[in-house]
Design a protein around this ligand. Structure first.
Ligand SMILES: NC(=O)c1ccc[n+]([C@@H]2O[C@H](COP(=O)([O-])OP(=O)(O)OC[C@H]3O[C@@H](n4cnc5c(N)ncnc54)[C@H](O)[C@@H]3O)[C@@H](O)[C@H]2O)c1
Length: 252
């Protein structure tokens, strides 16, 4: 998919990998639409990029549907959708404060898994109505963001790993189903990336995580995620696959 001149929707676009992907895609000639629950930050970035921002809670069906309806009235037709919105609270099933409240588990699944599906379903519906493009008759590309915690979750990550495992698992059936519309679905599973989400962890934890990366022996840069997302958009043969971006990290 040649994204130049086309709209790309990025959820979680106000911060971290989503924000960096928005800058990168703008440099490549795309027009970006940012969905974020932090409308002020999303608006500030979108204005600097000549894009659009919507205050959206990806976990809420009505919120996402309203934003898509608004995009339709503004004749915004997205060709790429990058799902980056996510949360990563760590909590033990049975911790010092007692048993994990079910609502805590529920919230992580609601944002990371159901939120990704929520946006993917609306993006696919919009893309399915567009004219096919290029020599592959492609209509759109959806990139979901999982995590290596989908495969090797750590203590305290039962909810997060379950949510990201769900994102990984739905990628192939979604790609198979949406193939008839010429819509691809890909998943990126990052390792440890230097974003505000990571900065929320104590420095010792960040140093320990970086020490686990065989090569390059450091945290990933959000720009590396943006480069990968851009390559996936451009390379039409990539479909129904999960790509780890982790410097060969395999958490034990
Ligand atoms: N940083 C890492 O090391 C890492 C590793 C693996 C996977 N990931 C995943 O990558 C994605 C991006 O992470 P990041 O590090 O850039 O995080 P980040 O915290 O910098 O950005 C996440 C963005 O999502 C938004 N958001 C959160 N909940 C939302 C909701 N319900 N509706 C709309 N917006 C919402 C936040 O406001 C924020 O702008 C997340 O899905 C995260 O789980 C991150």
């Amino acid at each position: 998919m040649n994204i130049h001149g086309q709209y790309a929707l990025i959820t979680g676009g106000a911060s971290g990998m989503g924000a960096t992907a928005a800058r990168f895609l703008t440099e490549k000639g795309a027009k970006v639409v940012l969905f974020d629950r932090d409308l002020a930050a999303a608006t500030q970035l979108a204005e600097s990029l000549g894009g659009k921002a919507f205050g959206v809670d990806v976990a809420d069906a009505a919120s996402v549907e309203k934003a898509f309806a608004e995009m339709a009235t503004q004749s915004i037709q997205i060709r790429a959708c990058i799902n980056c919105a996510g949360i990563a609270p760590a909590k033990r099933i049975v911790g010092k404060e007692g048993v994990m409240p079910l609502e805590d588990f529920n919230r992580v699944i609601q944002v990371n898994l159901i939120g990704t599906f929520n946006v993917m379903r609306m993006a696919a519906a919009m893309m399915s109505q567009l004219a096919p493009m290029g020599d592959s008759d492609e209509r759109g590309i959806i990139i979901n963001t999982a995590s290596i915690a989908a495969f090797e979750g750590q203590i305290g990550q039962a909810a997060y790993s379950a949510s990201k495992g769900g994102v990984v698992a739905m990628g192939l059936p979604a790609a198979r189903e949406l193939a008839r519309f010429g819509i691809r679905v890909m998943t990126i599973a990052p390792g440890f990336v230097a974003t505000p989400m990571m900065a929320g962890m104590p420095q010792t934890v960040q140093d320990n995580l970086a020490a686990q990366v065989p090569f390059p022996h450091r945290l990933a840069k959000p720009e590396e995620y943006a480069m990968l997302a851009y390559h996936i958009i451009e390379n039409t043969m990539l479909n129904g696959e999960v790509i780890r971006m982790d410097g060969a990290t395999r958490m034990v």
